[in-house]
Every structure is written in C-alpha cells, then in structure tokens.
Design a binder for this molecule. Sequence first.
Ligand SMILES: Nc1ncnc2c1ncn2[C@@H]1O[C@H](COP(=O)(O)OP(=O)(O)OP(=O)(O)O)[C@@H](O)[C@H]1O
Ligand SMILES: [Mg+2]
Length: 242
Amino acid sequence: MDRLKIGISGLDDTIGGFPMGRSVLITGEPGCGKTIFGLRFAISSCMEGYNTVYITAEEDANDLHIQANSFGWNTQELEERGLLNFIELTGIRARITEAELSMDMDPMKGNFTKIIHDIPPEAEVVVIDSLGGYTAKLTAYEFRNQFDLLVYELKQRGITSVIILDSATSKEFNELALFSVYGAIKLGRRENPYTGRRERIMDIVKMRSTKTPLQFLTYEIGGEEGITITEGEEIPEEDLEI
Ligand SMILES: Nc1ncnc2c1ncn2[C@@H]1O[C@H](COP(=O)(O)OP(=O)(O)OP(=O)(O)O)[C@@H](O)[C@H]1O
Ligand SMILES: [Mg+2]
C-alpha cells in the first residue's frame, strides 16, 4: 500500500506514513496538538505535490496561518501556489442553517455528507478539523451512519484524509468512529510515574495493514516539525488522560 509522509519524522519512521486513499482519525483533549498535527500533515502532503484541502470548523484560516508561521511554515505561500486550500466550515454551516431553517429542519443534523460536497474535485488530501461541533444533536445511530458515509465517500473519491474529533464529541461517539476508520491516533497527556513530570503521549490505536507499536510514543509540541516524538515507552492504559 502506498503511503503519504506525515511530516513528523519520529512517526514516519515508526509507521511509514498514512495509507493513501484512506481515513485516519485523530482524537484528544483540547490543546494536545490535534490542529498542529493536522497542519503538519497538510503541509507534508503539499510538499509531496498533492492538492490539499484543510477544512476548519473552529479556527479561521488566518489563525491557522499564524499557528503554522509560529513553526516557520509558510502556509501563505502554499496557498498562493494553489497547493493548499482552506475551507472555513462556519461559512458552510451558516449557509446550511439558513436553508434548513426555512425547511424547518434541525440545522446541525445531516451535515457530514454536505461537507464532502464542498471539497473541490481536484482535492487529493483532506484534513477535517474538527467534526466535534457537528455531533452534538445526533443520536449514536445517526452519528455512526453519517460518519460511515463520510469515510466511505472520501474513500470512493480516493482522498487521503485526516479527520479530527475533539472532546466536544462524546466518548461513545469517539469509540464508534474508531471502527469506521482505517487508522486512529489518540493524543493525550499523563504524569510520568517515575519522574512526576507531565508529558504528552500518542497512542497509535490502530493502523490497518501496518505494524504498529504497542507502547505509547511521547512527544513535545515544538521544533521545526511542530510535533517532535521524544521516545516510545510502555505506559499503563489507566495512566492515559484521554
Ligand atoms: N509555536 C509553538 N511552540 C510550542 N508550542 C506551541 C506552539 N504553538 C502552539 N503550541 C502549543 O500547542 C497547543 C495547541 O495545540 P493545538 O491547537 O494543535 O491543540 P488542539 O488539540 O487542536 O486543541 P483544540 O482541541 O482546542 O482545538 C497550545 O496550547 C500550545 O501549548
Ligand atoms: Mg484544534
């Protein structure tokens, strides 16, 4: 299976990149680096020459540029070259809300599939950051159906994607989403029982057709790749704060 470099060398060395044409889920608490991860992956994919779309629900494109620039990444230039496109979901949401309100529908429901229609046909790599705000009013059944459909349609279009789910999504939905995707990574933190210091940890929950490490990887936010893997270490599950 062809793989696409994530751009985080410690992770690329471990799993060889993300499988092309498939979806990987990134979950984790606020501030654990999901957006930085997504941005890094998007930039890496642009570097490989792929047309990349970053769909943002929480932050506007300008804030994402500021975040990227803080690591020395010139996302403005990638955008100017047409390799990277930001889509602000708030704009789409506003449009849907207006249309659906007039039809007396719940504006927050059924939006997953609409997201895919806003992805330009030339897109090869997509980051969705994040679906959290779209899950609030769904039942578990509806969530599973919509999430499955999104993953299915992305795959049908041959798109390599990273889907971010934040803690606005219930634990139950997070668990359901894990089944649908090809790969999943959880970001979290814990107190190291030996040093007593807090540290960030990454759990490669699954990556089909890939040999994955059982132990968590520790990482830091910083460095020229945004996320720097510091080491792989055996950590008890109950110590994982995610
Ligand atoms: N240039 C930088 N150098 C070091 N650390 C940084 C830098 N920029 C951001 N951070 C750290 O990264 C954290 C935010 O990461 P990020 O926005 O990716 O998290 P997130 O998981 O997307 O959070 P949320 O759930 O709120 O969207 C900040 O709280 C900050 O501690
Ligand atoms: Mg974020």
